[in-house]
Design a protein around this ligand. Structure first.
Ligand code: KIV
Ligand code: ZN
Length: 563
């Protein structure tokens, strides 16, 4: 049997059926193009008879997307099939995907038809679709809850009628891998007995799987079916879809790639897809952004934590050798940046590694000083520690005597039930320019306080600034967050800010206080102090620390020779 697995992507049809998801045409085209770049074989673009919007989507994507098959869904009746074909006409390689349910539950309660009638409708539907194109797929909806003998009869009938792909959906996510494997193996056998052995071997006839995730088994079931002889997988990006979703494309593709050894051992050959795996994460992020469906951080492959190592033991292992705790290369699926995430479990190795990746070379003694500060000041305060905060404590440790600014006092109003706006008044000391007082009005009290501090020290923030009034250096507030350390209204407030100047230099600041506005002011002044000191002395410090590290290394290398 062929070793190529065809990826049938139904993000734009079954995925778009996710509760709360509705994509406009421009968004569908953007996702369609991303799927072509990703290398999927088939894009199911919609269900044309369902609505004029669906019809238009299939029509537009058929015209726009090249180098991919475009499928349109149609129930097993003439109107659906003709409408699907009408929408597909302009596609380079169109596929009509017709379906009817085969389980007794659906026959009795939904279709109110006998098995014989459904068998006839299935056959007629495929024959009608074949009049338009030789690329016809048939799906036996709710196949996994259908009587096996009857299902085999339907499958053989539609194969004889000319279906090129026969899909065996687990419509309600009911099956389990062992059972699904045996069902697909049984259907392969029946098709062989009916004379379709060669067509299955060559891939001219393909069994397809389409699994829903109601029991969390969609991917496992799909893989079991591939082991039994299916060669098309229907799936969606990020596993979005009806109810608990569909099988996640990225997981299936990476299982086949990462465990090629296993498939080789079981089947005598690895199973390949045409997916360009480096496009997986960018496509996942695009789909998440456009559908508004958030990807859980611990989601395999595409979740933010999927390749992030935070615990000290794991970080140490990964720094020593990636294979200790990583089974895939994060870059191979499109992640960039470092896998080492600093957090409350991080140890000295991770801090050292991060500083090195930021271009800092530290002696053991200097590293200890930074690590102690890391442990005492930020480890338990921030959940995730961006690089800017780590560099920040390094500046605090070695450059604090260069810090220029100090807030002497501040008064900030906080309003409720009035259309007046909060005002902040601050008195600051600039070591070079002396004391200054400034006032500002803000959207809220933190905003007013930030503006007053910035005005007093000669900076302007971002785009939404008081137009024209302020003069000073423009800075961008890249990140701002407020958190509580502990519970209840007496909890200490923590504020973190990251600033960026026009040259792209970034510094972070952290402030803690029982009053959240005061915490914000402290964070801002901390970031500004670090910014000024790093501009003035940052490079000198980098060189000085590197020199000390080299000297320490020389002494250590010389030591055994002295003995
Ligand atoms: O889940 C299902 O059975 C379907 C079919 C229409 C293929 O989506
Ligand atoms: Zn489905």
């Amino acid at each position: 049997m062929i070793n190529r697995v065809f990826i049938f992507d139904t993000t734009l049809r079954d995925g778009e059926q996710s509760p709360g998801v509705s994509l406009n045409m421009a968004q569908k085209i953007e996702i369609g193009r991303a799927l072509v770049d990703l290398g999927v074989d088939v894009i199911e673009a919609g269900f044309p008879v369902a609505s004029p919007g669906d019809f238009e989507a299939v029509r537009t994507l058929s015209a726009e997307l090249k180098g991919v098959e475009i499928a349109a869904l149609a129930r097993a009746n003439a109107r659906d099939i003709e409408t699907a074909w009408e929408a597909l006409r302009q596609a380079e390689n169109p596929r009509i995907h017709t379906f009817i349910a085969t389980s007794d539950i659906h026959l009795e309660y939904k279709l109110r038809k006998s098995r014989e009638e459904v068998l006839r409708l299935a056959e007629e539907a495929v024959k009608l679709a074949r009049r338009f194109t030789s690329n016809v797929e048939f799906s036996a909806e709710d196949a996994t809850r259908s009587d096996r003998e009857y299902l085999a009869q339907v499958v053989i009938t539609v194969a004889r009628a000319g279906a090129r792909v026969i899909n065996i959906p687990d419509t309600v996510g009911y099956t389990v891998p062992h059972e699904y494997h045996s069902l697909i193996a049984f259907l392969v056998e029946r098709l062989k007995e009916a004379g379709f052995g060669e067509a299955l071997e060559s891939g001219d006839l393909r069994l397809s799987v389409h699994c829903h995730n109601d029991l969390g088994l969609a991917v496992a079931n799909s893989v079991a079916a591939l082991l039994a002889g299916a060669r098309q997988v229907e799936c969606t990006v990020n596993g979005i879809g009806e109810r608990a979703g569909n099988a996640a494309m990225e997981e299936i593709v990476m299982i086949l790639k990462t465990r090629a050894d296993f498939f080789r051992e079981k089947l005598g050959t690895a199973l390949d897809t045409g997916i360009r795996t480096q496009r997986i994460v960018p496509t996942s992020q695009l789909v998440s952004r456009l559908t508004g469906m958030f990807v859980q951080p611990n989601k395999a492959i595409v979740g933010a934590n999927a390749f992030a190592h935070e615990s000290g033991i794991h970080q140490h292992g990964v720094i020593a050798h990636r294979l200790t705790y990583e089974i895939m290369d994060r870059e191979s699926v499109g992640w960039s940046g470092s896998a080492i995430v600093l957090g409350k479990h991080s140890g000295r190795h991770a801090v050292d590694y991060k500083l090195k990746s930021l271009g800092w070379k530290l002696s053991r003694q200097a590293l200890s000083r930074v690590f102690e500060r890391f442990r005492a000041e930020i480890k338990d305060v921030l959940r995730r520690i961006p690089d800017e905060y780590l560099e920040g404590i390094l500046y605090d440790e070695f450059l604090a005597d260069r810090y220029r600014y100090r807030v002497i006092s501040a008064q900030v109003s906080s309003l409720y039930g009035t259309s007046l706006r909060p005002i902040a008044q601050v008195e600051v000391e600039d070591r070079e320019e002396g004391r200054r007082i400034a006032m500002a009005v803000g959207v809220g009290s933190v905003d007013a306080a930030f503006k007053a501090v910035a005005r007093a020290l000669g900076y302007i923030f971002g785009e939404g600034e008081d137009k024209g009034e302020d003069k000073g250096e423009k800075l961008r507030l890249v990140d701002f967050h407020i958190d509580a350390l502990g519970r209840g209204t007496e909890a200490e407030g923590v504020c973190g800010v990251i600033l960026e100047d026009a040259s792209g230099r970034r510094t972070a600041g952290l402030g803690r206080d029982g009053d959240i506005v005061a915490a914000g002011i402290k964070a801002l002044v901390n970031a500004l102090n670090r910014l000024e000191a790093s501009r003035e002395k940052g490079e000198d410090l980098r060189r000085q620390l590197a020199r000390e590290a080299e000297e320490e290394q020389k002494v250590e290398e010389a030591r055994p020779m002295c003995r």
